[in-house]
Design a protein around this ligand. Structure first.
Ligand SMILES: Nc1ncnc2c1ncn2[C@@H]1O[C@H](COP(=O)(O)OP(=O)(O)O)[C@@H](O)[C@H]1O
Ligand SMILES: [Mg+2]
Length: 286
């Protein structure tokens, strides 16, 4: 039977991904129902559309998407990624704790107190200079900075709080100079690898850069398998750093970019569609 997949996106964000999705879906005889976050979000309309969907894929990295995802879940729909991943996997402190608990190597981190006096004491005790400061949530390196000393750290924390619309908790993290190794995972398959490397210390983003693939050794395969198991993420981008030839898991992202290699976008999208259809079939046959 023809499957219908919901597709959450935001306006023109990731326009090429959306076109690829619609194109490949058509080829595979899959119906796509779109949920545009930048349109009006009328409850009845959402419900009508949701009814048609066998499964829904959220391809928006916007914070705003979470409420729609939760609404669709309340309507009994399965959304990939589920809203839970926002709280437990994409939260950088939760990711650190999950790694520690499961012996997954990750940069040493501490959660800072909201009081600047206490945070100063904590940073002194952590004694790891330079230190990386980052908000527990954020994307594109927007809330990630490096501080050489305590004074700079406090300045950065204040700036984060001024810049953000809310005062979110901040973690301090060991600085690991390394390119960023992005692994795109679909189900239990490593679908793509890309080294992100810029001139500065922050290696982030998809746009206007050239990427290289990298080789996945057995160690990294094992680590990745464990991360997928414990976070229960289905379609995600995992970033790794390398310290003394050892892999460190940095963070996990839902709705990862598909555009690292333009000529492989369709291939990646096809893998995702196959995966989603398989999930639906598994549920039907259960
Ligand atoms: N502990 C760290 N050591 C060295 N570089 C880091 C560290 N944390 C982050 N970075 C750099 O900053 C980039 C953005 O950080 P990340 O934690 O991935 O935040 P975001 O969610 O904003 O992408 C990373 O891709 C990496 O290049
Ligand atoms: Mg990142």
């Amino acid at each position: 039977m023809k499957k219908t997949i919901g597709y959450i996106f935001w306006g023109i964000e990731k326009g090429l991904d959306k076109s690829a999705f619609e194109k490949i879906a058509k080829k595979k005889n899959i119906e796509i129902v779109t949920f545009n976050l930048s349109d009006t979000l009328n409850e009845e309309e959402i419900e009508e559309k949701a009814k048609k969907c066998d499964i829904i894929f959220n391809n928006s990295g916007e914070d705003f998407a979470i409420e729609l995802v939760k609404t669709l879940e309340k309507l009994g729909k399965k959304v990939v990624e589920s809203s839970e991943t926002y709280y437990y996997s994409e939260d950088k402190w939760m990711f650190y704790l999950t790694c520690k608990k499961n012996n997954i190597p990750t940069p040493e981190s501490i959660l800072l107190s909201e009081s600047l006096d206490l945070a100063s004491e904590e940073l002194k005790k952590f004694a790891c200079w330079p230190v990386i400061l980052k908000r527990i949530e954020g994307t594109g390196g927007d809330f990630v900075e490096k501080a050489d000393n305590l004074k700079e750290s406090i300045k950065i924390i204040k700036e984060f709080w001024k810049k953000g619309s809310e005062r979110l908790p901040i973690i301090a993290q060991e600085f690991v100079p390394s390119p960023s190794y992005r692994m795109t995972v679909v189900g239990d398959e490593i679908a793509q690898t890309a080294i992100k490397e810029s001139t500065g210390w922050k290696h982030t983003g998809v746009s206007s850069e050239r990427f290289r693939k990298f080789k996945v050794d057995d160690d990294l395969k094992k680590i990745t398998k464990k991360i997928i198991e414990v976070t229960e993420m289905k379609i995600c981008g995992i970033d790794f750093l390398k310290k003394d030839e050892k892999w460190l898991a940095l963070e996990i992202n839902s709705s990862p970019g598909f555009g690292f290699f333009d000529n492989h976008r369709d291939e990646l999208v096809e893998k995702i569609l196959n995966f989603l259809v398989n999930l639906v079939n598994k549920k039907i046959n259960k």
